[in-house]
Design a protein. Structure first.
Length: 263
């Protein structure tokens, strides 16, 4: 069984940490995000068993230091479970097999930030991917992936939550290959671009005077329906308004002799 350096963040990182302990997987070390935005680092440490695993904390400004610290533990494989930062080449080069990253999109669709948003707005296939890390942004070879069906009831939030659950399932399903190091590599198409955080706000704007279709507007509204994050927005007389949406199928039920259609 290969020695794994687990880069764990958020709820996905916690669940993977618990799974690896259940599998008695040998951890070379545990790498944690110093910012700990969800406050789950303590639980992640408890999940792996802090008395047996070396813990490294880092953030986006300490990658060079991370490389030297990681090298001391000689990992065969790095697993990035919801890791929020891009790794420096010096870090990628350390594990003998390579680095696997969890990404909530059906690569090559949805590279970069907020793939749940772009999938709905651009009506592209959605899913999850475990891919090899290279020096690009979500551009490395694909190891494992699966598609997630999308319906009109889905929002940015529902796709986000579905992707977390499906990434856990995908990792568990392919654990035998990951454990042995016999992990496939399928190159991605280079025709797709990566999305960045600064694009999200302008793409969420609804221009009240610009011709559009109902489909386009509904997709934009549901893509930004993800409280407590900002919604889609429009502007009137210099004032900005935020808007979200709820979509559900209409069901039929019979009441006495009348048929009532309700949302």
């Amino acid at each position: 069984m290969k020695k794994i350096a687990l880069f764990a963040a958020d709820a996905v990182g916690l669940r993977i940490a618990r799974f690896l302990r259940e599998q008695e997987a040998p951890l070379a070390c545990l790498v944690l995000d110093k910012q700990d935005k969800r406050g789950l680092n303590v639980q992640i440490v408890d999940a792996v068993g802090s008395d047996q695993v070396k813990i490294i904390t880092t953030d986006r400004g300490t990658d060079l230091q991370l490389a030297s610290r990681l090298a001391q533990h000689s990992p065969d494989l790095c697993v990035l479970a919801w890791w929020p930062y891009i790794l420096k080449p010096e870090v990628i080069a350390i594990p003998t097999i390579g680095c696997l990253n969890f990404h909530p999109s059906l690569l090559p669709y949805g590279r970069g930030k907020s793939p749940n948003f772009w999938s709905l707005v651009e009506e592209t296939p959605f899913g999850v991917t475990i891919h090899w890390v290279d020096e690009g942004v979500d551009s490395g070879d694909i190891a494992f992936q699966c598609e997630i069906p999308v319906s009109w009831e889905d929002t940015g939030k529902t796709l986000y939550l579905k992707s977390q659950d499906e990434l856990i399932r995908l990792f568990q399903q392919h654990w035998p290959e990951i454990r042995s190091g016999e992990i496939p590599r399928t190159p991605q198409s280079d025709l797709f671009v990566s999305r960045y955080q600064h694009e999200l706000d302008s793409a969420s704007r609804i221009d009240l005077d610009e011709p559009s279709t109902g489909r386009t507007i509904l997709n934009k509204l549901r893509a930004r329906t993800f409280e407590p994050h900002p919604g889609a927005w429009f502007e009137v007389a210099g004032r900005r308004y935020e808007v979200r949406i709820s979509i559900s199928p209409i069901e039929e039920q019979t009441n006495d002799t009348r048929t009532i259609r309700r949302a």
